[in-house]
Design a protein around this ligand. Structure first.
Ligand SMILES: [Ca+2]
Ligand SMILES: [Ca+2]
Ligand SMILES: [Ca+2]
Length: 452
């Protein structure tokens, strides 16, 4: 069938395909239950078939042990054998295995990095490698960076490689409350910082020469940004390289900070001088004008501990591309917004939209992205993994009126197909070419099935 003929037949079907209107765009699929304190998930670069789920501790019934487990995304099944088992962990509520990052060259060097607190509560960043079996890691790693922790809380834990190929590591202020050791504002220590290191060498790490304190004898050269309390889940926008830092507040304010990709200097995000935009303890502090304040805050009337998410850049929900998701761990609220570096728009509470009858999304400890940019929610309350999906996959134009599906959606699909947009890969194929006549048939089927 030619494209033109198919277009006509598609258009003719718009009259037949009635569907109930739904004003909401999103819902969730619960992919897994029964995980043990899931805390993070990620994938090796370009690996669209698997999601690596980090359990915090208690895996296999052992309190000091954590697994990294592999979910096969084509079958939604977990591998029986963990990818990696980490032992000797500390067991405080904010301790355990906290972070995972795959090397940008993982496909060739098999390297990945984990962030955990050992039995002494010390933060360990360690390098591991995959074995000859792509689903199993070699059991022993090499410590490349350690940081003692004065208190059990505020360990940070997030790690990711930036678009520059350097490893970014989030460290909290060391804990207790109010940053009693003044770590956040002290650039002579690593706590309360975002670090940036070069792990591309044979062993250990080196300092990128473009780090703001490179060559300093008074400041720690690993520091990329400072003035952070407990940056709990940060994210690089995979399209722009902009960095979103969600910093957990002390008593009143939760905050999200924005670092444009072009940033080169050491940005001071304010803690313990400021909590959100409010003065917390300004004794001995630099002027506020030298600090960067969050672009979005919410008070403890709405939550108590922010969980940063990601900027959506996936295929399935094209009208949401560029939308940043985040949540509150305590009140189970999930929000989204857009931020262009100046202005917040489309601020939306997504909580009821993402809820499914009979399921409860609570204790949202992290979001995750797969290699296609589709987004997931890790629910520590039920040990669950949810995927954020369109409520109506054929609603290509993201319309919210009645009816939801119209001829505009066919035109939208055709346009996206012509533009080689991954939304048009309706059948989820992975071969070459990725867009074929099957995708038209698939879209027709989804349209005809309607939406409820
Ligand atoms: Ca701040
Ligand atoms: Ca529509
Ligand atoms: Ca396809």
């Amino acid at each position: 069938m030619s494209l033109t003929t198919r277009t006509i037949s598609i258009a003719a079907m718009t009259l037949a395909a009635g569907s109930a209107a739904h004003a909401q765009q999103l819902t969730t699929q619960r992919l897994l239950t029964g995980l043990t304190r899931p805390v993070f998930a990620t994938t090796p670069p370009g690996d669209t078939s698997r999601l690596f789920i980090v359990e915090q501790r208690g895996s296999g019934g052992v309190s000091t042990q954590a697994y990294i487990r592999i979910l096969n995304l084509s079958t939604n099944t977990l591998n029986a054998t963990p990818f990696l088992t980490v032992t000797g962990l500390s067991t405080g509520s904010e301790q355990g295995l906290l972070g995972l990052a795959f090397d940008p060259n993982y496909a060739s060097n098999g390297r990945f990095y984990i962030n955990y607190t050992n039995s002494a509560g010390t933060t360990i960043i360690a390098r591991y490698t995959v074995s000859a079996n792509p689903d199993i890691a070699n059991p022993s790693g090499t410590n490349i960076l350690t940081q003692s922790q004065p208190f059990t809380n505020h360990n940070g834990g997030w790690m990711a490689f930036g678009p520059d190929g350097y490893l970014y590591i989030a460290l909290g202020d060391g804990g207790s409350g109010g940053d009693p050791n003044n770590a956040g504002q002290n650039v002579a220590v690593l706590l309360g910082k975002l670090l940036r290191i070069d792990v591309s060498g044979g062993a250990g790490y080196s300092i990128p020469p473009t780090n703001p304190f490179f060559g300093s004898t008074s400041a720690r050269q690993e520091i990329w940004a400072y003035g952070l309390r407990n940056p709990w889940r940060n994210a690089f926008d995979r399209a722009t390289g902009d960095l979103y830092i969600a910093d957990v507040g002390q008593d009143v304010w939760e905050e999200i900070n924005f670092q444009p990709a072009a940033t080169t200097s050491a940005v001071n995000y304010g803690w313990r001088c400021y909590e959100g935009n409010a003065a917390y303890n300004t004794t001995g502090c630099q002027p506020a004008a030298t600090m960067k304040f969050p672009f979005h805050t919410y008070s403890h009337s709405e939550g108590c501990s922010i969980t940063g998410g990601y900027v959506y850049r996936g295929c399935a929900m094209p009208t949401l591309r560029g939308t940043y998701f985040f949540a509150d761990y305590c009140t189970n609220q999930i929000w989204s917004l857009r931020y262009n570096g100046t202005t917040v728009s489309e601020f939306t509470n997504r909580t009821s939209e993402l809820a499914v009858a009979g399921q409860t999304i609570n204790a949202v400890v992290s979001f995750a992205e797969d290699a296609n940019g589709e987004m997931y929610i890790l629910d520590q309350g039920g040990g669950e993994l949810y995927k954020i999906v369109p409520r109506c996959a054929a609603n290509c134009d993201g319309s919210t009126g009645t009816p939801l599906l119209t001829s505009n959606d066919f035109q939208c699909f055709l346009n996206r197909f012509a533009a080689n947009d991954c939304y048009a890969n309706c059948d989820g194929s992975t071969g070459t070419p990725i867009l074929t006549a099957n995708d038209f048939q698939c879209f027709l089927n989804k349209f005809a099935a309607g939406c409820s």
